[in-house]
Design a protein around this ligand. Structure first.
Ligand code: HEC
Ligand code: HEC
Length: 418
């Protein structure tokens, strides 16, 4: 009897301690890594929001009036398109990269946008770095446009419009596609919108007293809409961080601990958004047309030409990541389990990449998607990979993987966007 009692007591103590142990341990990492709940954005202007919303869903801003922002960033598909790689305005051309999610992109921690970070805004110096020279530097040639932007997110919105494949259309098919310069293309987009009385009204409400509207106002409105519409601040993880201990199950808490410890996810997916600013080469498999004649995509290197940027991509923020499959810049992985296995496998994952699941997309991509298997290029990519991959530093047991995936799937999913 006495022994039984002792065993029971030990079990109760053990279980009781176990639960609170996770909380204590997690709290430790929350302090150390300064994990924070996302704050609800403030300062909404209903008129600017409405204008941005109208443009976001409107085909008018594409050259051939056949695609809108929502075409590749569908709120019903986690603000992505659910595809491995996006399809262009003609419905056929394969865009070399996966369509990213749009959650919390106006957050101050988001210093760069695009998979390779080619649009950036320094909030303090109010300086832009973009693919368009006229917007860049301390004294941009088109200060009249940059003056209206106010964020990287607003600047980003000016670029899908310029891409012949994404929105502008092939040369010879419409007046925006035929514009000789970026600036002329933007001007023609504006002219097209302002030709409609509905837009005249929306613009004058959103930007009263503005004499000359420019594409900067479009960027500003699109950013304002995205900032409020796609703000995600109520995931179970956010609730937990605000003190609701019961918002996460014990397995989810263990997953969060793996994220911050043996998973080493924290190395690149840190701060409030669990990503968004670090950049690294994690030896992601290459799928699709890529950026050069070899179907290669060397990430940030394509933009900066610097050796240290070869195969470097931005670590995306992870709120609602369960809703935005497939994963990585090339959409190489179908499931979060695959992503975790990629990290745990180190460089070997690149050699062992299983592309069979892509067969299901054969119809959409009119035949097979190119998958990089060239030994030389794989070797080059592995040589310059981040140490966590190169030295196999992410070792996880099956239980740890399971808990980690649960954390990604459940703790980071905002019910508002399901
Ligand atoms: C044809 C599909 C397509 C259309 C149309 C499109 N996008 Fe995208 N979008 C993408 C792809 C693909 C990327 C990633 C490209 C890259 O990083 O090189 C992207 C990137 C972005 C990003 C950066 C996300 C991040 O995490 O850095 C934002 C913001 C965005 N798009 C908003 C918009 C807006 C606003 C519009 C309409 C003006 C738009 N997109 C139109 C496919 C599209
Ligand atoms: C060395 C930096 C680094 C570490 C460590 C790291 N990541 Fe990443 N993560 C990245 C980069 C860079 C990308 C984008 C890679 C690409 O697209 O080619 C990424 C992409 C992802 C994606 C895909 C997101 C999307 O929308 O496609 C997920 C999910 C992810 N990481 C989760 C994790 C988890 C979980 C861990 C820990 C096991 C982890 N990461 C560790 C840098 C890192």
């Amino acid at each position: 009897m006495k022994i039984l009692y002792k065993i029971l007591l030990a079990m109760v103590l053990f279980l009781g301690c176990y639960a609170s142990n996770n909380d204590v341990e997690l709290q430790n990492y929350i302090n150390r890594f300064r994990f924070k709940a996302v704050a609800k954005p403030t300062g909404m202007n209903r008129d600017i929001f409405n204008l941005g919303k109208k443009i976001f869903f409107d085909n008018e801003i594409s050259g051939n009036r056949n695609i809108s922002c929502a075409g590749c960033h569908d709120p019903k598909k986690g603000t992505g398109d659910g595809l491995v790689l996006s399809l262009g305005e003609d419905g056929k051309t394969i865009i070399p990269r996966n369509s990213p999610a749009l959650f919390n992109l106006d957050h101050p921690e988001m210093r760069t946008l695009f998979w390779d970070g080619r649009v950036a805004y320094d909030r303090r110096g109010e300086v832009y770095t973009t693919p368009s020279e006229v917007l860049n530097g301390d004294y941009p040639e088109r200060w009249d446009i940059t003056d209206e932007l106010g964020s990287a997110l607003a600047a980003q919105a000016l670029f899908p419009i310029l891409s012949h494949e994404e929105m502008r259309g092939a040369k010879g098919t419409n007046e925006i596609a035929d514009a000789k310069t970026d600036e002329e293309a933007w001007k023609r987009v504006m002219a097209r919108l302002l030709d409609k009385s509905e837009y005249q009204e929306l613009f004058s409400k959103a930007f009263p007293n503005v004499v000359e509207l420019n594409i900067g106002h479009v960027g500003n409105a699109l950013a304002h809409f995205q900032k409020f519409e796609f703000a995600s601040y109520n995931t179970p993880w956010d609730k937990y961080l605000r003190g609701q201990i019961q918002a996460l199950s014990e397995a989810e808490k263990r997953g969060a601990i793996v994220f911050a410890t043996s998973g080493r996810c924290i190395v690149c997916h840190g701060q409030t958004l669990l990503g968004g600013n670090a950049m690294a080469n994690i030896a992601a498999p290459q799928v699709g047309p890529g950026k050069d004649i070899h179907h290669n995509d060397q990430g940030r290197f394509e933009f900066t030409g610097q050796e240290r940027h070869r195969y470097v991509f931005r670590a995306p923020p992870l709120r609602n990541v369960a809703l935005t499959a497939p994963y990585f810049h090339s959409g190489a992985y179908q499931k979060l389990e695959d992503v975790v296995n990629h990290y745990a496998g180190g460089l070997k994952s690149l050699d062992d990449y299983n592309s069979r699941w892509l067969d299901a997309f054969d119809d959409i991509y009119a035949g097979k998607l190119f998958v990089e298997t060239n030994h030389y290029r794989l070797f080059r990519k592995k040589e310059v990979a981040h140490p966590v991959m190169k030295r196999n530093m992410i070792n996880l047991t099956d239980t740890q993987k399971k808990d980690l995936v649960l954390f990604l799937k459940k703790s980071l999913t905002d019910p508002k966007f399901k």
